[in-house]
Design a protein around this ligand. Structure first.
Ligand code: ATP
Ligand code: MG
Length: 673
């Protein structure tokens, strides 16, 4: 027994602290070599070979040992910790290898407490391990290459995703059939509608919804969000079932709801889904009430109508079978306060009480409020953004035009018309009142103009929309009612006659043109009154790559509180009229007020009355020469007093009646705008 053996015997059962005595370990060459050939367990084994294997083997790798050795070598405790932190990831991976090393060691022969393996064994096991390692490496490499490819696709289409386990984007619609079981008939409907390649939002949002993931999606106006949520719904529901509504889509306006309804009907043609839109509440109660046959699948609605039915006793609608709840224009529907939908939306969320309900929120703009709500309430949320958030679509050529005063706006608009423009054109104003006023001014221009706002009956609104779609109307004056979601094919010009109430509204308004890759133009009038919001709109324009004067970007930033106030209460503007004020005032007993009142009511419930009085009692003569007289009087407006002002008003009323072709008394419906 030499000194070395004696030392080994004496040290039997002792645990060698390799961490502290790493250097000393070097002196035990045999052991080191064992360790180096990859089969050894250095720690936790009966290091001194007494044959007593008391200590549980610890899965340690050579690298770990070396690491410890290094840290022992000259580093301070602090550096050691840093090193440990740096290599913690490495260690995790290597632990797996260590596990296989351990297995190799355990499978070997036992001799004097040390787990030896024969060299042949070691060699073959080593080869196996190498093979496995190779497989692993090639798998890893493949995964890496695949991820790089996916990242490239996302970068190319400016798809930004946040969330875990996000499925890969698809690049064709047929992939949806092979991978997710999209109904072949739906695929056929897509191609017959001329839709061949998915847009970026469709590429990413459709697979996510197909996987049943809850999501918040933000993509530019006209980028195909409707299809992005309609296709997964149709796939998810598979086929019609008499279980009541299984999918619900909420839209802020009736116009948008019926557009989405139309799109769904078109897509599901031949599949048999029963897609409904809420009409009259009384009919709906019968159709969908507790005693209904539940033969319906998808519902599209505005929140107000839905909540009205839900609040009946007993509820006239049961949403407990809903599996997908889609909120379109989500930031609009999350607005609270007067005119907001937040409370109604909360009631709808509550009513969709089924255990399998998934939610998806879509919009072209996103506000922190919505994002925060989603983070707190949605399950394993994924958020998808296409391009920059809250940015205007880049296919629209945007211009800002200083027009001095309100009258300047009318002149500038006439100038646009005079110079020639390519219809159709959408003209946005800030209120119903102003929509009427502008309409009354423009009916003289000899262009096909009409007006739409929430004070018109549903029938009138539907008629106007279909006339505009068919090209019968060239210029459509509207309020915020049409600012969101409405997809008119080929609108060439959006004119912001009144400055928008904020950057988000601007983005949606101008997004009515330049849709689905087409180009468009947007002109925004501004006066001194619009200065507070000029900076934020100018920034949006600049971000979209259109020129804006530098001085606008240098305006002082306004407080968010002021912004919110302006959003709710836009600046007061003087009446849209080319009749000089003093003329209207001279019109006796406050003729201006009187005139204004008459103009205001011309498109409202009093239209028929006015028509009766002016069109029949006062005779045809005034009607015939009304326009001429009106123009003449406007030209030499200073001269005449009361009588002329009255004639002018008469002319306007007649023109209004002819222009709007109003048949019925209008019923106020102030759902939106
Ligand atoms: N994959 C596609 N290929 C070509 N056109 C498409 C595709 N998907 C949708 N479209 C068309 O793009 C237009 C705009 O679509 P959609 O109304 O869904 O836009 P959106 O993103 O919802 O816009 P908004 O924010 O204004 O609501 C529609 O006319 C639609 O038919
Ligand atoms: Mg939309």
């Amino acid at each position: 027994m030499d000194a070395f053996d004696l030392f080994r015997k004496l040290g039997a059962g002792a645990k060698f602290d390799f961490k502290r005595f790493g250097r000393d370990a070097d002196r035990f060459k045999g052991v080191r070599s064992e360790q180096k050939d990859g089969s050894g367990l250095l720690s936790g084994i009966d290091f001194f070979g007494t044959g007593l294997n008391h200590v549980q083997p610890v899965k340690w790798t050579e690298e770990e040992a070396e690491k410890n050795e290094e840290s022992e070598d000259g580093a301070t405790g602090k550096r050691k910790r840093q090193d440990e932190a740096k290599t913690v990831k490495k260690t995790k991976k290597k632990k797996e290898d260590a596990l296989s090393d351990t297995e190799v060691a355990c499978g070997g022969q036992q001799g004097e407490g040390i787990l030896w393996t024969s060299s042949a064994d070691r060699k073959s096991k080593g080869l196996q391990k190498m093979g496995r390692d190779k497989d692993k490496t090639s798998m890893k490499r493949l995964k890496q290459l695949h991820q790089e490819k996916v990242n490239r696709v996302r970068a190319l289409h400016r798809i930004n995703v946040h969330g875990c386990d996000v499925p890969d984007p698809v690049s064709t619609f047929s992939e949806l059939q092979s991978e997710y079981g999209l109904n072949p008939r739906v695929l056929q409907n897509l191609s017959s509608a001329g839709l061949t390649t998915p847009t970026p939002i469709q590429m990413q949002a459709i697979p996510l919804m197909m996987h049943g993931r809850e999501l918040l999606a933000c993509a530019p106006t006209g980028s195909g969000k409707t299809l992005a949520f309609c296709l997964p719904l149709l796939t998810h529901l598979k086929q019609p079932a008499n279980l009541g509504f299984r999918a619900l889509i909420i839209s802020p306006t009736r116009e948008l709801a019926s557009q989405t309804h139309r799109e769904l009907v078109r897509l599901s043609e031949g599949v048999g889904f029963r897609v409904h839109i809420l009409d009259k509440a009384s009919i709906a109660a019968k159709k969908y009430g507790p005693n209904s046959n539940k033969k319906y699948d998808i519902l599209v609605s505005t929140p107000n109508r839905l909540v009205f039915l839900l609040k009946q006793d007993p509820p006239a609608l049961n949403l407990s079978s809903v599996e997908w709840l889609v909120v379109d224009e989500s930031d609009k529907l999350f607005e609270d306060g007067r005119g907001g939908f937040r409370d109604q939306l909360a009631a709808v969320f509550q009513a969709c009480s089924g255990p399998r309900v998934r939610r998806a929120l879509y919009s072209a703009t996103c506000v922190p409020d919505v994002e925060q709500w989603c983070r707190l309430n949605l399950d394993n949320l994924v958020s998808v953004n296409i391009g920059h958030r809250n940015a205007a679509v880049e296919t629209v050529k945007q211009e800002l035009l200083f027009v001095g005063t309100e009258n300047g706006k009318l002149l500038a608009m006439r100038d646009i018309i005079k110079k020639g423009f390519l219809p159709p054109m959408l003209v946005f104003v800030q209120s119903i009142e102003r929509a009427r006023e502008l309409f009354h001014e423009l009916v003289y221009e000899g262009i096909n103009v009409d007006v739409i706002h929430a004070d018109r009956t549903q029938q009138q609104r539907d008629n106007v929309i279909s006339s505009f779609r068919s090209g019968d109307i060239w210029v459509l004056i509207c309020t915020a009612l049409l600012a969101r979601g409405i997809d008119f094919k080929g609108v060439n010009l959006v004119l912001n006659y009144d400055f928008p109430t904020g950057a988000l509204e601007y983005i949606h308004r101008i997004g009515r043109t330049g849709r689905a890759g087409h180009t468009g133009r947007a002109v925004t009038f501004f006066t001194e009154d619009d200065k507070p919001l000029l900076r934020s709109i100018a920034n949006v324009i600049k971000q979209a790559g259109c020129p804006v004067p530098d001085f606008m970007l240098g305006f002082k930033k306004i407080h968010s509180k002021v912004k919110r106030q302006l959003q709710k209460k836009p600046p007061k503007r003087s009446t849209i009229s080319t009749t000089p004020h003093f003329l209207l005032k001279k019109g006796g007993g406050g003729a201006a007020g009187k005139g204004e009142k008459r103009i205001k009511s011309a498109d409202g419930p009093n239209v028929e009355k006015n028509k009766g009085v002016d069109g029949q009692k006062k005779g045809k003569k005034k009607k015939a020469d009304g326009q001429m007289k009106g123009k003449k009087k406007r030209a030499d407006g200073q001269m005449k007093g009361k009588k002329k002002a009255e004639n002018l008003q008469t002319t306007r009323k007649d023109a209004t009646v002819q222009g709007t072709r109003i048949k019925k008394k209008e019923r106020p419906n102030k759902q939106a705008a």
